[in-house]
Design a protein around this ligand. Structure first.
Ligand SMILES: [Zn+2]
Length: 237
């Protein structure tokens, strides 16, 4: 399953945020490809009935995309709740003990490498401009104007998974019976090269091993379900 988009300090700011979203989308599509491919290849091991394949693939697509969306909604909502609670606490502390908060901000800035005097001056200026935002950023690592919307996250996961799942579904139901499994396997493996390479690049990792792992994982998923489907089909189950 995809990791929720987290704040990546290495990239920093809006660009990092956007790269994380993009990476989450690629990983969501990857999930859709692998799980749906495993499903339809498994069913194809047992039957050549196109409507059975279509039903299984479509059910897998919907179940997977909705489960991803629900999981994302819950996890982002929880994160947002705890960020809001932290901001509310910060707001109260700023109101009730502004001097202690100024000292705290000064210390945090000093800890980031500023001299005592400069840190103090910076803390005074930041507090005068927007005390809550300064504390949110420096102390909590939150941008109070850019809390992630759980509905956006849920929709993004739903769409990413669906886009990925459509590939093996169409590759399985469009070709004639004898071509279905080979066409699906080849197109899935090619797609996994692409998603593995892209997500590694977006995560600033070397793509070679990531591609091998990703393709290997997909091949394993399809191999296992195909054998299981074939055995069940042969047993007349
Ligand atoms: Zn504070």
């Amino acid at each position: 399953m995809t990791e929720p988009p987290t704040h990546d300090e290495a990239h920093g700011g809006a660009l990092g945020e956007r790269l994380n979203w993009l990476r989450a989308a690629v990983l969501g599509a990857n999930d859709g490809i692998v799980s749906t491919a495993g499903l339809v290849v498994g069913v194809a091991g047992a039957t050549t009935d196109r409507s059975a394949l279509l039903t299984a693939g479509l059910a897998g697509l919907l179940a997977g995309s909705m489960s991803m969306a629900a999981g994302e909604y819950v996890s982002v909502s929880t994160q947002r709740d705890s960020e809001k609670a932290a901001l509310a606490l910060e707001r109260r502390e700023l109101r009730e003990q502004p001097e202690a908060e100024l000292a705290e901000l000064t210390e945090l800035l000093e800890g980031r490498g500023l001299s005592r005097e400069v840190a103090r001056e910076a803390a005074v200026q930041l507090t005068a401009r927007d005390a809550l935002r300064a504390h949110a950023r420096v102390e909590l690592g939150i941008d109070p104007d850019a809390l992630t919307n759980p509905w956006h996250a849920a929709w993004a996961s739903f769409l990413a998974f669906t886009a990925g799942a459509l590939l093996p579904l169409l590759a399985m139901v469009l070709p004639p019976a004898g071509w279905r499994v080979p066409v699906t396997v080849v197109s899935v493996l090619v797609a996994l090269v692409f998603t593995g390479w892209t997500s590694a690049r977006l995560g600033a990792a070397k793509p070679g091993r990531a591609v091998l792992r990703n393709v290997g994982g997909g091949a394993l998923a399809m191999g296992v379900t195909y054998v299981a489907g074939t055995l069940l089909g042969a047993a007349g189950a």
